[in-house]
Design a protein around this ligand. Sequence first.
Ligand SMILES: [Mn+2]
Length: 295
Amino acid sequence: MTEPTRKFELIGAPFDGASTLGYPGSRYAPARIRHALAWITQRVEGGEVFSLESGELHSAPDLLDGGDADVIAHDLLTTLANTSDRIAESVRSGRVPILLGGDDCFLYAGSKGLHDATEGALAVIHFDAHLDVMDRNVQQGAHSQSSGMRRSLELERASTEHSVQVGLRHFNFPSSRAYLEDSGLARITAAEFDRIGTEAAVERILDRVSGADHVHFSFDIDAIDPAHAPGAGALEPGGITSRQAIETVMALAPHCDSFAVTEVNPMTDHQDMTATLAAYLCYYFAVFGQKRASS
Ligand SMILES: [Mn+2]
């Protein structure tokens, strides 16, 4: 039996009020990513695109631009609620939402949107240089670009045992280590990804999320090396390559029910390099995710 072709919806979240560390500026990302995406989609002819990766013609994905979520510059909590509501609405209308952040507080909004619109266990695939498992602190509060994974896994039907973090590197708080040990959250560090290769990494991710009912895939652009993605909220050397990111997104897309790209920062970007990479990640997700794989 052939799975039905899925339809996608872009939703922007032009807000970086939770960039309490790192560089602000990701509020400008949805506009730059849309601009880059238009360059990619101009190659659609007769409803088809030619993928040089697969060597095939693919039907061009139905990619509605749903505009921006109702972000409110002075009100983080309402911004998160409005954005997760927009994601949930998109899922309920039968579309696969693609969220364009915004800073990484939207990791939580994306997870919550899919969670609220569905039943059963939710897995989160989280690509990031950082853990984002901060509980709360004086400077950042409980919702920031550092707490999205922690808050996501607190959702009622979020399943830590089916969730995974990918691209991690460098140093973090000893208290975060305690959380990782206690929670059992799985991870593939950037170094490990490089060592085992994309195919094995994808296999491990799919192993992990299989068994969950729904999967949210949230991609902090800083998972990718700053040499490939200079326009990020934080610059952490030693990340995965753009090639590894693209191939991973292609392979995971059929297994995911929503996607988000966060922390693209046009203020630190060079010639839209990073916005263009983000646009490609979104487009690969849509082209290769048109059929949902049964989990
Ligand atoms: Mn990060």
